[in-house]
Design a binder for this molecule. Structure first.
Ligand code: AMP
Ligand code: GLY
Length: 423
């Protein structure tokens, strides 16, 4: 079997690494990839960009790829799956229409309300004055959201009328998020602990994946600015069996029924961002892709062959798959470039990667790395995801931080408290 993995971050390195362990997989094309060291021989880096939908399909045809796995959301929202289907190619990831669950907050809110998926109350507006008038009448704080993809920045929590007006003017008049701000949601502010849950689906059946908890803030103790994620652990004790059963019934079952009722085929990831309010779990958003760095810990714990699981999803046969997980805990510590998530350093030489990889139970997944003159240098904000297994969270933490200490580059930063809440 030949596989194409689309994307170039830590999530995609993890997917390529896991897929390569499958004996039935003979080649993996990874585009655009990164400078991941120690890739198995069967993995080949290609230089087609993740958003060049036609060139990716050309590559899959030319190399006779049997299965394509999409990492990031942008190619999905741009219709990469539609293009592959038209050419008769198998791809794990929803079509443009299904990807609207992530790509449009208006679409997803209307979907939740129509199909009874518990979510916050919201008004939807394309007119500035109507949005303002509505916002003034709502209790504060409230949340203003741009409809489209805004690199994780399109959600603004507003404490009072003045802040709500500022947010609405920025999004709708100054268009700080571009076309993503054509429409807005003015949403009820929910409170409670946040958890995220991944499921994979073939459109009829779904499987909930092992739980994972991200750390979104840049600094220890959940302080500092929001990031793409500074580290993860799995399992996440907050995701109890009782909570799982409630989320299955109220969120995933209703979502699958809704997709069916609306005639939207969906093969891919449903990654739900939930808030555990006092009235029960409510959905904040769906992502149509795996989380990064959740992928790093989830797939380090998966026992099954990933290629078989994802093939079954593409063939509508996920119902016959039984997912098995290692009882070990996994922890991923992200090492970021100096300055991240603001303007960050680039081009720093990374040392100690081989030493780190030799540590017990450890994999160093590359994210923002590239090769220059035979050396691995930094090129992205999140540079590495040092991921380790251990017989419990304590041991996984010790293994991961033991490996982190072997790695050096100018300006490197990482959190010291990943998984502390699980200890
Ligand atoms: P989203 O992109 O919709 O997941 O929003 C990003 C973050 O904004 C979430 O992880 C929450 O922390 C926060 N957020 C989004 N919607 C709400 C809401 N209705 N009430 C409170 N916080 C929210
Ligand atoms: N780690 C959060 C995300 O992938 O959206």
């Amino acid at each position: 079997m030949k596989i194409l993995v689309i994307g170039g971050g830590g999530r995609e390195h993890t997917l390529a690494w896991k897929l390569a362990q499958d004996e039935q997989v003979s080649r993996i094309f990874w585009s655009p990839g990164n400078a991941a060291a120690r890739l198995p021989q069967k993995v080949e880096i290609c230089n087609v960009r993740a958003d060049d939908v036609h060139a990716l399909a050309d590559l899959a045809v030319k190399e006779k790829v049997d299965l394509t796995v999409v990492g990031p959301e942008a190619p999905l929202v741009a219709g990469v799956a539609d293009e592959f289907h038209q050419r008769g190619l198998r791809i794990f990831g929803p079509t443009r229409q299904g990807a609207q669950l992530e790509g449009s907050k208006v679409f997803s809110k209307q979907f939740f309300l129509k199909h009874g998926v518990p979510t916050g109350r919201a008004g939807i507006f394309s007119d500035m004055d109507e949005a303002l008038a509505f916002a003034r009448k709502q209790p504060k704080p409230l949340v203003v959201k741009a409809d489209g993809l805004a690199a994780g920045k399109g959600v603004i929590i507003c404490a009072n009328d003045a802040e709500a007006e500022k947010a609405l003017r920025e999004i709708m008049e100054q268009k700080v998020f571009g076309e993503a701000g054509q429409q807005v949601l003015v949403e009820e502010c929910l409170s409670g602990p946040e958890v995220s849950v991944h499921a994979i689906t073939d459109g009829t059946h779904y499987k909930v994946l092992a739980s994972a908890q991200d750390h979104k803030r840049a600094l220890d103790g959940d302080r500092g600015p929001n990031t793409g994620g500074m580290g993860t652990y799995s399992p996440a004790p907050i995701f109890t069996p009782e909570l799982e059963s409630r989320v299955r019934k109220e969120v995933f079952d209703r979502t699958l029924e809704g997709l069916k009722a609306d005639g939207i085929p969906y093969c891919g990831v449903l990654y739900a961002g939930l808030m555990l309010t006092k009235d029960g779990p409510k959905i904040l958003e769906y992502n149509c892709r795996f989380g990064d760095p959740e992928t790093q810990v989830i797939f380090t714990r998966l026992e099954n062959n990933l290629a078989s699981v994802l093939s079954a999803a593409c063939d509508g046969k996920l119902g016959s798959v039984d997912l098995r997980w290692k009882s070990d805990a996994a922890v991923c510590v992200v090492i970021a470039a100096g300055g991240y998530p603001g303007n960050y350093r680039k081009g720093d030489v990374i040392d100690g990667l081989d030493d780190a990889s030799r540590c017990d139970g450890t994999q160093v997944f590359h994210a923002g790395t590239t090769l220059k003159d035979g050396r691995i240098i930094t090129t992205g904000g999140r540079v590495l995801g040092v991921t380790a297994l251990g017989k419990n969270h304590r041991q996984a933490v010790d293994h991961a931080y033991g490996a982190v200490k072997k790695i050096r580059f100018e300006g490197m930063q990482y959190r010291r408290d990943i998984a502390a809440k699980a200890l």
